[in-house]
Design a protein around this ligand. Structure first.
Ligand SMILES: [Zn+2]
Length: 258
C-alpha cells in the first residue's frame, strides 16, 4: 500500500477501535531512522504571546485523580535491574496501559480532529510536527492521519512478540530500550496535540482529571526510566511544545518530583 493511499484510507476511517488490525508497512510508518521531526513552519503565527492555554489555568491544571507525587507510584524495587525480565515486563505493562488509555481518549476526540480543524500535527503556537515519507521528505499531515499512523504502529509493536516478548524467560531484543524510547516520543506527541488542540473538548467531556492523571503518570514514568527527552518535551525557544509549560507547572506544584 502506498503512502498516499494510506492517507486516503485514514481520512475515511471508522470510529477508532482500540484493537487495531491494520498493518502499516515500512513505507507508511517510519523506522527508528525515520522519526518524524519537529518543523517550525508557522512563522506567520509568530507574534505577541497568545492567551494562556486552558490546561495551564486553575482549576484545570490541578485536576488529577491521584493526589500527591506521581514519582512514588512508578518506582520499581531498586534491587531489580531494569533489563531483568520482571522489570522489563512491568515496563511493558505500563507502556501498554498508557497506549490503551491514550487510544481510548483519542477515540472520543476523533470527530473533533478533522482535516479541517487540524490540518497539521500542531503541538504549540509555532510548532507542527512533520512526518517523513518513503522519499525521506518531511511532509505535513493532518493531525488525525499522523495520530492514526502512530497509534497503529504502536499497536503493531505491542502485538509483535519479537519486540515485546510475552513468554517468561524469552530474551528482549537489544534494540528494546531504543524502541521503547521511540514509542514514548511518539505517544508524547499525541498527548501534546490533544492538550494543544483539544483541551476544550476534554473539559466539555469533564475528563480533565482523568487525562491529567494519565499524562502526569506518563511523565513521571518516563522521567523515572529515562524514556523522556527534554528536547521532545519542551521543543526549542522558537517552536516550544505547549505541554512543556505544563510539565514545569506540575514540577512546581510537587506533582512531579523530578
Ligand atoms: Zn486535532
Amino acid at each position: 500500500m502506498s503512502f498516499f493511499n494510506s492517507i486516503g484510507r485514514s481520512m475515511t476511517r471508522a470510529p477508532r477501535n482500540p484493537k487495531r488490525s491494520m498493518t502499516p508497512t515500512s513505507t507508511t510508518f517510519p523506522a527508528e531512522t525515520q522519526s518524524p521531526t519537529v518543523a517550525n513552519t508557522n512563522s506567520k503565527q509568530m507574534g505577541p504571546p497568545a492567551q494562556k492555554p486552558l490546561y495551564l489555568c486553575s482549576p484545570f491544571v490541578e485536576a488529577a485523580l491521584v493526589k500527591g507525587n506521581f514519582k512514588t507510584i512508578v518506582m520499581l524495587p531498586k534491587y531489580v535491574d531494569i533489563m531483568e525480565w520482571v522489570a522489563v515486563n512491568s515496563l511493558c505493562v505500563f507502556i501498554f496501559d498508557f497506549y490503551t488509555n491514550l487510544n481510548e481518549f483519542y477515540g472520543v476526540l476523533t470527530e473533533f480532529c478533522t482535516q479541517h480543524t487540524c490540518p497539521t500535527m500542531s503541538a504549540g503556537t509555532t510548532l507542527n510536527y512533520t512526518w517523513i515519507n518513503q522519499d525521506r521528505k518531511h511532509v505535513h499531515l493532518p493531525a488525525g492521519t499522523y495520530i492514526d499512523y502512530v497509534l497503529t504502529w504502536v499497536q503493531n509493536m505491542l502485538d509483535d512478540d519479537n519486540v515485546f516478548p510475552t513468554k517468561s524467560g524469552q530474551d528482549f531484543p537489544p534494540s528494546f530500550p531504543s524502541t521503547v524510547k521511540h514509542i514514548y516520543r511518539q505517544l508524547l506527541r499525541v498527548f501534546a496535540h490533544i492538550y494543544h488542540a483539544h483541551f476544550a473538548q476534554i473539559l466539555h467531556l469533564r475528563s480533565e482529571p482523568h487525562f491529567n492523571s494519565l499524562f502526569a503518570h506518563f511523565l513521571a514514568f518516563g522521567a523515572e526510566f529515562e524514556l523522556l527527552e527534554m528536547k521532545d518535551l519542551k521543543g526549542s525557544s522558537s517552536s516550544a511544545v505547549g505541554i512543556g509549560a505544563l510539565w514545569e507547572r506540575w514540577k512546581g506544584m510537587g506533582i512531579l518530583a523530578v
